[in-house]
Write a protein that binds this ligand. Structure first.
Ligand code: CIR
Length: 262
């Protein structure tokens, strides 16, 4: 049985010029477009080097945040889920991804109600956490829980600390038993069934890392997280992300990843 972090395919979307107007929770200046493009290309290259075949979608200038493909949708080997992003400017991204997912998946389910962002969904081997946030409401979380049940996954709905954008802004899967989490999220107790590695104080912004096959992609600007992951015996790929971080990017949200049988 493959691990939940074993993937052979991914969908990404190339940034268009409008990406510099992407949403950001704490204000702040626009990132430099060329720097965003370079960081996105570095990320794509890391996924390819980890063994994934990439589908690179064209930019969508009308949707500045469209590079974050794992918010309007989720994918599993058993099928894809089209969600309903919890911020109005991103709602139209769903219709753009629908036909792409219809081509790649036999089953594509639609969220029947409420709002949910893929960034609030953390897939563990035995369950799928759905975090309640400013983007994912209870109606959406419960509707998504029902869809996951149809795909054979058990969902657990959890609170997310108020100051974080998404559940996965503050937590990441490292291996089948281990999560990386900010102290605030760890303290909530939702990860009581797992080994929890707490992000060192001052590096909370680096809690979103991406385990993909035998590699862990992590932000190059978080030396203590990198050391900690390395000391766990993980093969760490540090990537520059200071430009995309200005529009609240995470490594998990910039691709839809799954294991395909063909
Ligand atoms: C947004 O606010 O929607 C984007 N600027 C960033 C989305 C990042 N996605 C994620 O953490 N899952």
């Amino acid at each position: 049985m493959p691990e939940v972090f074993e993937f052979n395919r991914a969908i990404l979307r190339r940034p268009g010029q409008s990406v510099v107007s992407g949403l950001r929770a704490s204000g702040g200046p626009d990132p430099d477009f060329a720097a965003v493009v370079a960081e996105h290309a570095g990320y794509a290259q890391a996924l390819a080097q980890a063994g994934l075949a990439l589908t690179m979608l064209d930019p969508l200038e009308a949707f500045p945040d469209a590079i974050f493909v794992e918010d309007p949708a989720l994918v599993f080997p058993e099928g894809a889920v089209l969600l309903n992003p919890g911020t109005p400017s991103r709602a139209g991204e769903v219709a753009e991804l629908g036909p792409v997912l219809e081509q790649q998946f036999e089953r594509v389910l639609n969220l029947p109600g409420g709002h949910a962002d893929g960034g609030d969904v953390l897939v563990m081997p035995d369950k799928v956490f759905i975090g309640l946030s400013a983007r994912t409401d209870r109606e959406g979380a419960e509707a998504l829980s029902g869809l996951l049940d149809q795909l054979g996954y058990r969902a657990v709905i959890a609170e997310t600390p108020a100051e974080v954008l998404h559940l996965k802004t503050a937590s990441s899967l490292l291996d089948a038993e281990t999560v990386l989490a900010t102290p605030a999220l760890a303290a909530s107790g939702i990860f009581a069934d797992y080994r929890v590695i707490e992000v060192p104080e001052g590096e909370e912004g680096g809690a979103n890392v991406l385990r993909v096959n035998d590699q862990v992609i992590a932000g190059a600007g978080y030396p203590r997280i990198l050391d900690r992951l390395d000391s766990l015996g993980l093969s760490v790929v540090p990537l520059a992300n200071s430009a995309i971080a200005m529009i609240d990017a995470g490594f998990t949200c910039m691709s839809l990843r799954w294991r395909s049988a063909h």
